[in-house]
Design a protein around this ligand. Sequence first.
Ligand code: ZN
Length: 316
Amino acid sequence: MYCFQSDGIDRRVASPSWHSLSLLLVACATPAGAQSSPAASSLETRITEAAQTLGQDRRFAEIAPPGNLGLVEFVGGNVLFALAHEMGHVAMTELGLTVLGREEDAADGFATLLGLKMGNAFALGVLENTAAGWFLSDQRNRSNGIHLAFFDQHGLDQQRAYNIVCLMVGSDIEKFRSLANRVGMPEARQQSCAGDYSNASWSWNKALEPHRRGPETPQTKINIIYEPGGPNAELEAVFRHLRMLESVADYASSQFAWRAELSLEMQTCGSPDAGWYPEIRKVIVCYELAADFAQLYLEYGDKQRPPPPFAWKRLN
Ligand SMILES: [Zn+2]
């Protein structure tokens, strides 16, 4: 599950998370450094078009296109990270990986390392937007008087944000020092994050290596389902246009030898969440999660910020 940390109740209400997710997944299939590949260019075009579509949703019309690109990137990035997080759960359960520590932390690590491995501006923007999302979620909870849930299976919102930044700065302190400074991470912690990154990177590589798909192994079928969006019809149209689920499925089926067919699905759930349900072999991402990210951005985000990377500021 991907719940926002709060008082133990899932309060993720309809966040918009389509644009960055799709980009991240496309980035997954794009070699690091290939920032202007045809696929990326095509995706950028789809993002611009998606911003137009999202502008048709009266809830999110406050920022008209093309100024709502930041909104689109925020929502897309957070949804893409959520989907990658769920694929981390899929990997742990389907591949029978040893899980040392909290599974939710490991799933966040899986998604973060994936973005860092891609390494291009889009993937790094997804990570920054996701860290920003956790900071903003924390700010919203405090504004609403929601107490911290220390018992939750997930880390606290700010911890999840700092863990992402820690792996980033741990992978390359020169590249990400300004980001770490901007979110108030002390220099000593920035230095020690190298150990966090080394452990996480080495461990995930070690765990996944036996399950990487060889050229002789056929790809496992991963089904794609976009259920009708209903009240979130514009979000459904956006994610369909971005081909976000398709991008993730293509990456997952090409990279790993899964033991059986599975499905990626977006649907109207009644609450803002995402999850891996092994009993029905589905990863489900709720349109409400994307809508909630959009609301979070509109209510607490910096609407004047430039596009990522390094585009957001921490709000106190
Ligand atoms: Zn989870």
